[in-house]
Unconditional design. Sequence first.
Length: 408
Amino acid sequence: MKIPFSVPLIDADVIAEMQDTLTNTRWLTSGPKVRALETEIQKFTGGEFALCVNSWTSGAMLILRWFGVGNGDEVIIPAYTYSATALCVMNMGATPVMVDVKEDFTIDTEKMRAAITPKTKVIIPVDLAGYPSDYDAIKEVVNDPAIKSLFVPDSDKQKLLGRILIFSDAAHSLGATYKGVSSGLISDVTVFSFHSVKNITTGEGGGIVLNLPQAFDNEKELAFLRILSLNGQNKSAFEKNQIGGWKYDIIDQGLKVNMPDLCAVVGLAQMRKYKDELLPDRNNIFHYYVKAFSNYEWAIIPPFKNDGTESSYHLFLLRIKGFTEEQRNKMIECISERGVGVNVQYIPMPMLTLFKSKGYKMADYPITYDLYKNEITLPVYNGLTEEQLHFVVDAVIESYKTVSEKKE
């Protein structure tokens, strides 16, 4: 038996939606299917203001551009995340300030507080594997009068907010809740990912949900972001294509990051059954692993539910107690030889060439390294059968035994 690490859900509903686009609407770039997907995101999250873009990274850059983040600014992020969290900051000319995480993989808010300077404009907590960060603690920090007094606004949006922006990297957490609040409504701005390996996919894509405080008109900000996502053009190609709709204006220096309908159709078909079918299925797969590995002292179960906070069950981050990085790597080789695809989420950024060259040092993030060195990500995706899950579990257990015996 061969079990890949991730397989996107392409079923009859997705194919029918694609067929409708190709034969009926006959529109490929941003149009009615994107708007329909945005509506489904609004319905699912409870957020009224959603915008689809062509990747999480471009959505993040769009938000930073909208907020006026640029040269000389700092954005605080956890060291344990995929590199896009840092690259979106660097692409806008700002500096990512990395801080260590806690044992639950989420940003350490005390270290975050210590990293804030007058240059800090944004904090990007990461809901790694779909488990939300401690947003109450983050909000307490940014609203602390002493922290707010450090904030130096350089743009109209920054002046209106009057504090550091909380922008959730929710690439993994569509469907998660924080103390009963849906991901999308927890922070000022949320950006989801619809990459091919995510819970909902458009192949490549992302979704922005605005939840700005009362000082902002979220509807107007969304309309402006839509324009910014189209090179600052005040009409989409679909609108210009209507009879008599040719005239347009460029009102700001935007980016070209809109999602095409051709991608949106895949996510649209999936979103319509995410709440009732796809998310519960992922929950069941995750809990199969929880039950199976809870019997073993060496298996460290990842966080998934606590006091009204619940994961989106995007990834199962199994950790192997007492293993070194080298032993973990050998265990992955053994699992792979048994026909199971696994992964590591993620190689910490300070270990990667780009970030090492910019002076980031792994020694500054000890918890991040401790979590990474013995972590193995197991397959979680719709369509996995109980027989396949049993096969995965057996492969992991037997591989642990193989490596442990060599250790002894």
